[in-house]
Design a protein around this ligand. Structure first.
Ligand code: GTQ
Length: 375
């Protein structure tokens, strides 16, 4: 037997359950079901795939479609009624678990000037990426932060947090990202309401960024042993500047262009235990090569425009559009502009995959690293 056909034989015949239904077996399965049991060979191929098979599908959520609908919710419900006034992103393959991709939740939260979303805390880890508006703020365990476009903010699990917009501000919209579906999958989620609507501001405004957001420097003698970053707000100005500086000295990644991780400055590791985040810049005309990773990703285009090809499907995006890359799907990114760079913010569950020893990545070996576009 030739090697190739032996491989096929091994996979299809030896490796896989292959039991034809008979009347006797059907009766047997019914008997097992009656005692809350089942025959493994009836489910084995489904529950033990050769490689990750995501139930999520690639989706792009266009801001042009969503923005007006999100703003309309201001007239329909108050933050007091809703708790959080958020329009969530639903992946058609994950609607049952309210996930935007894999085990990650995302939504667009909108607040009107003078509004406040009351203080609470939960087992889920959360982040925000600011999309538009003036005067938004968040308070995380007494650390109040002012928020501007493209700022990236953490509300780590277990921290009290509330959000608001100043009276003299404008309607504000930001993207929320949380691991709510993962917490529910693990049956590990708690949720608590703060005794006060609004917790006290117990530190200088923006103190976490002033302490921990200085490049290559940390407060002398500081110690920090929590499982999340002591830096809660990563401002856009220095982030974009860092991309520019890195690009002067590096060609970047063949798969992601100029690509930098947001890190916990105390450890150099991911910003939270379950969610990591990155920012990347695609230079004018850049077309990256395809690779795939074990892990789920949600991207927001925060500058420029372009498209990504995900498992052969082309998704066009422009500023403020959000799209997902499900686990183990090949993806490559294109900045179609000849003159302007394009930037993508992303968050993902790689800290979970890496902590559990599950992370793998693979470059597309054929066709010079580019996928044929099938749709
Ligand atoms: O702001 O804490 O989009 O708890 C979903 C759940 C936002 C929040 C969401 C939440 C929050």
């Amino acid at each position: 037997m030739a090697t190739e056909s032996y491989d096929a034989y091994r996979e299809d015949v030896i490796g896989r359950a292959n039991v034809a239904d008979t009347d006797a077996l059907r009766a047997y399965y019914a008997e097992l079901k009656h005692v809350h049991a089942g025959a493994l060979w009836t489910v084995a191929n489904k529950i033990e795939p050769w490689e990750p098979k995501s139930e999520s599908v690639p989706v792009v959520w266009r801001y042009a479609d969503l923005r007006e609908k999100v703003l309309r919710s201001i007239d329909l419900v108050t933050p007091e009624q809703a708790g959080r006034r958020v329009i969530y992103l639903e992946n058609p393959g994950r609607s049952e678990v309210v996930a935007a991709v894999g085990w990650l939740y995302s939504g667009l939260q909108v607040m009107h000037p003078g509004e406040l979303a009351s203080s609470h805390r939960h087992s889920a880890s959360a982040l925000r990426f600011i999309m538009e508006g003036e005067g938004a703020y968040t308070n995380v365990d007494g650390h109040k932060m002012t928020l501007g476009a493209n700022d990236f903010v953490l509300t780590p699990n277990g921290t009290w947090h509330e959000h608001g917009v100043r009276e003299d501000g404008t309607p504000c919209i930001w993207q929320d990202g949380l691991d709510i579906p993962l917490m529910n999958a693990l049956e590990a989620g708690f949720y608590e309401v703060h005794p006060e609507l609004q917790q006290a501001v117990t530190y200088a405004v923006d103190d976490s960024t002033l302490h921990w957001g200085n490049p290559g420097l940390r407060p002398a003698g500081s110690d920090w042993s929590k499982r999340y970053s002591p830096l809660f707000k990563y401002e856009w100005g220095p982030t974009y500047e860092a991309l520019q500086r890195f690009a002067r000295a590096s060609d970047g990644s063949p798969f992601d262009g100029i690509h930098m991780d947001y890190v916990n400055p105390a450890t150099g590791g991911a910003v939270m235990a379950t969610i990591g985040a990155s920012i990347q810049m695609l230079r004018p005309g850049e077309h990256t090569k395809a690779h795939r990773q074990v892990g789920s990703f949600l991207y927001q285009c925060c500058k420029g425009s372009g498209h990504s090809i995900i498992n052969g499907q082309r998704l066009d995006w422009q500023e403020r559009d959000i799209f997902c890359v499900p686990s183990w799907m090949f993806h490559e990114h294109v900045n179609a502009s000849a003159s302007d760079d394009a930037c993508l913010f992303a968050f993902h569950d790689l800290p979970v995959m890496k902590a559990l020893g599950l992370y793998r990545e693979q470059a597309l070996g054929e066709n010079d690293g580019h996928q044929p576009i099938v749709s």
